[in-house]
Design a protein around this ligand. Structure first.
Ligand SMILES: Cc1cc2nc3c(=O)[nH]c(=O)nc-3n(C[C@H](O)[C@H](O)[C@H](O)COP(=O)(O)OP(=O)(O)OC[C@H]3O[C@@H](n4cnc5c(N)ncnc54)[C@H](O)[C@@H]3O)c2cc1C
Length: 350
């Protein structure tokens, strides 16, 4: 079989890159080993334009958010199923200083579209310092998206379930061969497992393990996401997800008792309830973060047949659609990558 691009990994990165390339009429084959250690399957898929203690706009949000909405809405139309759910975030302030900071930010023109009014006096959901709603937020059902893309690829014989063996990848001067598939390019979208990749493991990855609980709750939940460090996400009238922990060592993909307790305490705090809940699921994954907090995108400086599309950290649902559009344009030769995301910034590491 001869294709334009082989993609290794069918997480959010590989799925959305494949989608964009197919939109541009390229022939693609995606290879994945049943989502072994997948971050995308665990992710809550939150998209929150305002992040961190300093209530700053997420990096590049003004470009990434429209691209994300455009992509998810067009996939929803194609797959005929809802994928992205718009839902406000109730951001609870953790100090009077943070509330003052919000007042300041709200007055800045570039922040106005993201902040709604303060909730100074809503008794049901406030902590001591109040909070505000963040607009243009929501969550992506990552499992539905991955399942939709996989079926779509399978129907056109463009999906192969396999654990890629690096020593079987053959490089020719202007082609790459894996088993019986010939391609012009092969792009690795392996998430945190890039650390084992012989061509790209030198990139400065900073993986962060995280845990999430799915809970069945007895009290009805409000229809917004609550955020104060940790977050609470209503996914059904009697179901919430609560997350997420951050752990830098060890990176072993194993859920912990400590993580579970931390998340149950967060649930009680964020839902302001002592009512009972039942743990339905406890999952753990590894975010493919990077040391300079920017994605790893581009072609290898010495092996131009090989590329990488990775490093989306905790922001995959927001960032990947925009960069998948950009990288698809690069692979069709029509543009160059934004410098800050191009792996050429780490050429000496490769
Ligand atoms: C607890 C937790 C909560 C999160 N919450 C959010 C959130 O709310 N919002 C958000 O935007 N992001 C969130 N994230 C981050 C999000 O999951 C990532 O940004 C994104 O999913 C990364 O996608 P990826 O495709 O790069 O990697 P992955 O999803 O890890 O996909 C990599 C794929 O490659 C396959 N693979 C790897 N190596 C090989 C090989 N050699 N051969 C074949 N297949 C291979 C794997 O099986 C896997 O399917 C969260 C992550 C965690 C862990």
């Amino acid at each position: 079989m001869k294709v334009d691009v082989i993609i290794v990994g069918q997480g959010l990165a590989g799925s959305l890159l494949a989608w964009q390339l197919i939109q541009k009429q390229l022939r693609v084959v995606v290879m994945d080993d049943h989502h072994h250690g997948s971050s995308s399957l665990v992710a809550a898929g939150l998209v929150n334009p305002i992040s961190g203690k300093r209530l700053l706009k997420s990096w590049n949000v003004d470009r990434c958010l429209p691209a994300a909405l455009r992509t998810y809405r067009s996939m929803e139309g194609f797959f005929n199923r809802p994928l992205y759910h718009e839902m406000p975030v109730l951001r609870l302030f953790d100090s009077p200083q943070q509330r003052d900071l919000w007042k300041h930010r709200r007055s800045e023109p570039e922040y106005q579209r993201y902040f709604a009014n303060a909730l100074e006096s809503d008794p049901g959901c406030l902590n001591d310092y109040g909070g505000c709603y963040v607009r243009h937020s929501g969550y992506l059902n990552t499992r539905e998206l991955l399942a939709g893309i996989k079926t779509f690829l399978q129907r056109q014989d463009s999906f192969i379930a396999t654990d890629i063996r690096y020593d079987e990848i053959r490089l020719l001067p202007d082609a790459v061969i894996y088993q019986d598939v010939w391609a012009n390019h092969l792009v690795f979208c392996e998430g945190h497992r890039i650390s084992r990749n012989p061509w790209f493991s030198g990139l400065p990855l900073q993986p962060a393990q995280g845990e999430i609980l799915s809970l069945k709750v007895s009290k009805p939940v409000p229809q917004y996401i609550v955020n104060r460090g940790k977050w609470l996400l209503p996914v059904a009238p009697d179901r919430v997800k609560v997350g997420a922990t951050f752990q830098w060592q060890p990176i072993d993909g194993e859920p912990t008792l400590q993580g579970k307790q931390e998340l149950l305490a967060a649930y009680r705090l964020l839902s302001q309830t002592d009512s009972t809940c039942q743990v339905v699921d406890h999952e753990c994954g590894v975010r493919p973060g990077t040391r300079d907090k920017q994605p790893f995108i581009g072609m290898h400086p010495r092996y131009p047949q090989l590329g990488v599309f990775n490093g989306f950290g905790a922001k995959g649902a927001l960032w990947i659609p925009y960069y998948a559009e950009k990288f698809a344009d690069v692979l069709t030769g029509s543009t160059r990558l934004p410098q800050e995301t191009d792996i050429r910034r780490f050429a000496s590491y490769l």
